[in-house]
Design a protein around this ligand. Sequence first.
Ligand SMILES: O=P(O)(O)OC[C@H]1O[C@](O)(CO)[C@@H](O)[C@@H]1O
Length: 529
Amino acid sequence: MALHLERVRCDAAPAWVELKDLYAEGASAFDLRKAFATDPQRFQSFSQQAPHVFADLSKNLIDEATQGLLLELAEQTGLAQHRDAMFAGEKINTTEQRAVMHWLLRYPQEKRPVAQVESARDALKNVANELAEVHTTLDAMLAYAEKLRADAAITDVVNIGIGGSDLGPQMAVLALDSFVTPGKRFHFISNVDGHELAALLPRLKPESTLFLIASKTFTTAETMTNARSAKAWFEAGGGKDIARHFAALTTNVEAAKAFGIATTFGFWDWVGGRYSMWSAIGLPIAIAIGAQGFREFLAGAHAMDEHFRTAPLAENLPVRLGLLDVWYRNFHGFTSRSIAPYHSALRRLPAYLQQLEMESNGKQVDLAGRPLPYGTSPVLWGEPGTNGQHAYFQMLHQGTDVVPVEFVAVKKARHTLPGHHPALLANVLAQAQALMVGKADAGGHRNFPGNRPSTFLVLEELTPESFGALIALQEHRVFVSGAVWCINSFDQWGVELGKVLAKDIEPRLKSGDVAGLDGSTAGLLARLS
Ligand SMILES: O=P(O)(O)OC[C@H]1O[C@](O)(CO)[C@@H](O)[C@@H]1O
């Protein structure tokens, strides 16, 4: 039976109606200050330790009744079955007929994938074969990374890729900067805007540069344009040994070879672009932090996978976060979430999460293709703390819209500058506190309404392992809301139309031909050509 036919869409689940009633009958006026005053155990009840990540959910607009109904909604919509189907290697990406197995990339070699359900046994036989291939590729890629790390003649590693072939590796190399062995500089070129590559090339020498062409499809226009320019620059500068200075990270090994790149690391169609930094796309990370560090990064993510796969729904952090996202989006009507990582090394986390959540869950039809009468992905945005405080936190505290904030704090600093880390931690605690408690006695312009929700995630230390767990947590929470919404979180048809139109427009910029274009596009084209 088609997967979507076995699922109950959230708006057809009895718990959905009960949640609507609950909201109308009082939950809309839920007051966090009162909730803490009446329940001294609230912090304990609404916080939990998951692998490497502690989460305080107590400053969210929920109580036991709401959480209970959200869990019922998860059960009624078949969340656990959908999760088990993913972990069984079933083709849950139904519009592309693909399995969704980024979790397998972090699955230990010595462990056998476990069948959660009888129907998964057959699919799992294939998964076992795939696991062997995953480890063969991983070993080869890590051996290459170690060879590169030992090669002092290569001083600059340039990753050319976009979207999932850029955001993850770039974020991770920055996040784990204190684990990066000195001696190599890392650069990330994504934009077709030649200003990016043109500004970098004069700082490089062909003989000391390695270009990694990262593209799942090896057809993405931006990446191919940048790759061609990089190759032309390399050859014009006297570079000859393409095999030593170019490597391709792709599922389309044939296209990479046709481009002239013999060193390739492959992956599989069951790895979505935005879920791919655990695959060969993670090569820049492996070169930066080494094979051991990369294995720790995978192990941290695997620990979170196991938590998501096995913990009861009520104690399952990705489930609790994903359900909270549904509560805010569909019942409170909040349309965005702000990400506030209080660690400068996590400065690309908001950009990474934008793709992860908005490309996954920015959908308007259900699995059967029927239009949705309810909202899906919120807008994600943010900057690292404390910078955001001096920019847009004004709006978070006193604006007319409520925006739930997700704080990320790291207990131990990796620098020794006195005073900085306590100041940083004091600020993150104070912001979450201020959003909730507010300040009503000042009146008018100085009034803070308070009761503004936030989630607070804590890592003991920012390590490859804890970072891997943090990102896997985010992947799974996106899975949870997508599953409840009954959408396909693993396709991205919404990016196609613009690509097709750009192909039509590009030659018109030269010819000036505006035939068949709408008035605005024609007018702008005339200005720009
Ligand atoms: O790795 P590729 O195939 O170059 O794709 C890059 C990105 O482009 C997208 O397909 C969107 O256009 C993303 O999903 C993907 O991460």
